[in-house]
Design a protein around this ligand. Structure first.
Ligand code: HPA
Length: 292
């Protein structure tokens, strides 16, 4: 059975607790090898990847985001639910709350952000009007409400380079720019998923108020503790949402690069660069034709 759904576990989510019949898979991609697990959830094959590796051994700025997303694309994944521990800049978004972010602000500095490096791979300027899949976010919202979880259906996630936490002055700046949340991993993961035409949504779990808002200094232990306290809720949310995902997607995520399929040339009338037609549709030849 093809794996159509994947979970990316962030800080505090290292175990695919919701899956059974687990097996290890190793996927070779042009960006490096990736180890992940594949298991079942009520008859659905689901991949699980720990973003920071087992035991949180990979810091946010060194995660191989391209290899991770490419590995999921090569497996045939069409929908990704990712978790992220985040600090809150918005007093209405409290520790323990879920936020299904709909926008991001990118303050990362050193990360490879694209699969399309020009040359035979083509040049793509992918649209970011709706970076997070609206269908997945709606499903998450539905399940969260049924679970009676405290949830915010929209939010702007500022992604900082890390691995340090932000200074209070940075948090004040991000707040003025419209950020609700601060975390270290959302970009380029969401961007690469979009380039790979995979539906993607992030389950942000607020673990703390951000620096300068929190009455005390921040520690990674505090973040882990908050994640542990909410682990059962996160598992229920993810499991409930996976069961609702429709493999036949009606959103536009699957045509983010190629554009709508409109004729024999599949071009939809778009330019080769914006629509990414010229060489871009196969992500550098790494993805089998039937999975594109
Ligand atoms: N800032 C950045 N990343 C985070 C935070 C934070 O306050 N909390 C959890 N991840």
């Amino acid at each position: 059975m093809t794996v159509r759904i994947a979970l990316i576990g962030g800080t505090g989510v290292y175990d695919p607790a919701v899956l059974s019949d687990l097996r290890e898979e190793h996927v070779t991609t042009p960006y490096g090898d990736v180890g992940l697990k594949v298991g079942r959830l009520e008859g659905r094959e689901v991949a699980f990847m720990a973003r920071h590796g087992q035991g949180h051994s990979v810091p946010p700025h060194l995660v191989n985001y391209r290899a991770n997303i490419m590995a999921l694309k090569q497996l045939g994944v069409r929908s990704i639910l990712a978790t992220a521990a985040v600090g809150s800049l918005n007093l209405d978004m409290e520790p323990g709350d879920f936020v299904f972010c709909d926008q991001f602000l990118d303050f990362t500095k050193s990360r490879a952000q694209t699969f399309f490096e020009g040359g035979p791979g083509g040049v793509v300027h992918v649209d970011m009007t709706e970076p997070y899949c609206p269908e997945l976010r709606a499903l998450l919202g539905k399940v969260a409400v049924a679970l009676k979880a405290a949830v915010h259906p929209i939010g702007t996630y500022a992604v900082t380079e890390g691995p340090r936490f932000e200074s209070p002055a940075e948090i004040r700046m991000l707040r003025q720019l419209g950020a609700d949340l601060a975390g270290m991993t959302g970009v380029p993961e969401v961007v690469l998923a979009r380039e790979a035409e995979i539906c993607y949504a992030t389950v942000c779990m607020v673990t703390n108020f951000a620096a300068g808002i929190s009455p005390h200094r921040l520690t990674h232990e505090e973040v882990l503790k908050a994640m542990q306290m909410n682990a059962a809720k996160i598992c229920s949310l993810i499991a409930g949402t996976v069961l609702l995902i429709d493999p036949e997607r009606k959103c536009l995520c699957h045509e983010a690069v190629r554009g709508p399929v409109a004729g024999p040339d599949n071009n939809g009338g778009r330019s080769a660069v914006v629509g990414g037609r010229a060489g871009a549709r196969n992500l550098g030849g790494a993805v089998p034709e039937e999975e594109r």
